[in-house]
Design a protein around this ligand. Sequence first.
Ligand SMILES: [Zn+2]
Length: 488
Amino acid sequence: MYFTVKPKNRYIEVKAKGNEGIVTFPTFIPGSYVIREMERNIVEINGIRISKNKFYVKDKFSYLIYAASPDQREAISTNDYLFINPPAVFPFQDKSDEYCVELLITWKINTTLKRKGNVFCADNYNEFADSPIEASPNLKLLDVDDNHAVSTIDEINIEKISKIVNIADSIMGIENKGKRYLFHFRRSDKNYGGIEHLNSSAIVIPWEAKEIERIFAHEYFHRLNVKQLIPADLNIDYETETYSELLWFAEGFTDYMSWQIVSRSNVVEPKDVAKGIANSLQTLTFPGSKRMSLAESSRTTWIKYYKRDANFLNSAISYYDGGLALALYVDMELNGKGERIDILFKKLERKYTAEQIFSTIRRLGVDIEDLVYSPAYEIIRTLEDINIVEIIDKGKDYIGFSLDDNKVIFVEDQSPADVAGIFPMDQIISVNGSKLLNFDQENDVYFIREGRIKFTKIFQGKSPGHSVKVKLDKVFPRSEAISEAKVI
Ligand SMILES: [Zn+2]
């Protein structure tokens, strides 16, 4: 198919050429497990609607699509900036055809699509969908080295990115010589996140965010894990939810490796590495970790992780945090045997299954199968057993909720706050007559719920333990920290 794109303020006007017949707009973006219904952004199309995301069209047709998303997985078009993640804007017919896009702008354009004059092409839709396009009169292409560059309208410390890429390449040990890799990077006040592609990644980070290096390391490591080593059960067809039980490996192990990369390249302080890891492990101390395994967390991502609500920590776990914890365990154990986790990525098959991961690790002398299918709290218990994790607030005074200012954002199951009838979104007005919200043994609590003033008594209890102290010396030099506990 051939698309001619005219960016406008908030909209993208597309003229398309294909075959008379059906075109399909993706309903979700690969790499992110939520049905986004991107086709909802079509505001005009000269075709006959067949379903929510399919149209019958002539060989030439046009459409107008709303593009105002700050999300790196979607598309935005302003009077001086354009970012397109192709599946958010372009439909497909035969996915094995060549797909090309021509941009009717004079701005600088950065993309990993193949350039043919003013036209950018991919051999098939999968490659096309995996190659974002960024354009702006202010766009820069900052070379990291011969093969890596950052595309951005903002400022960035290229030296740090260079260190990350060097260390990551040495760990990945894959042959990427001569292949270009592009980081699309933008600051924002609205969004935080990254998404991986084979030859690029798109990263959007708030202005105040400090953790910028790690997200680069995470997305870059995906170049190997997910893009070249692929979970065998992750079959993407752009319309149907796909269920993988391996996201703890695809995402969690990648997260762990991102900490390794920033640590080994010295771009993040050891104490900040340890704090980040402690914060992840802390999320596995809540009731959800006694209810859900890593495999289950992965399979349910469409309805749990990507639909996180105020009860998430009671009902589920994140396969990022759980997978990271398991990778930490694997690395610690391998370290005891004179090996490192790096070796695992050299031994896996291109399309890996859970069984292959287990047997590969087993051959190195470590068994993780039970830890993947048991409630994830087992991993924390195991890390406690080998003395790298200590839960330091077990049995301390506690109420059992988290606050954002005075608004309740989490109520732990069976905690004193739960027993007293506190609900997420309640606004605490006073505790024992004071606005300071300091809790005692026995507390008179006034709060607002749905506009009504209410009263309850909360009796302090004993914490099941959420504050995690980590000592990671063997695998992260000089790394010791305590998680930033938020449960009162
Ligand atoms: Zn990721």
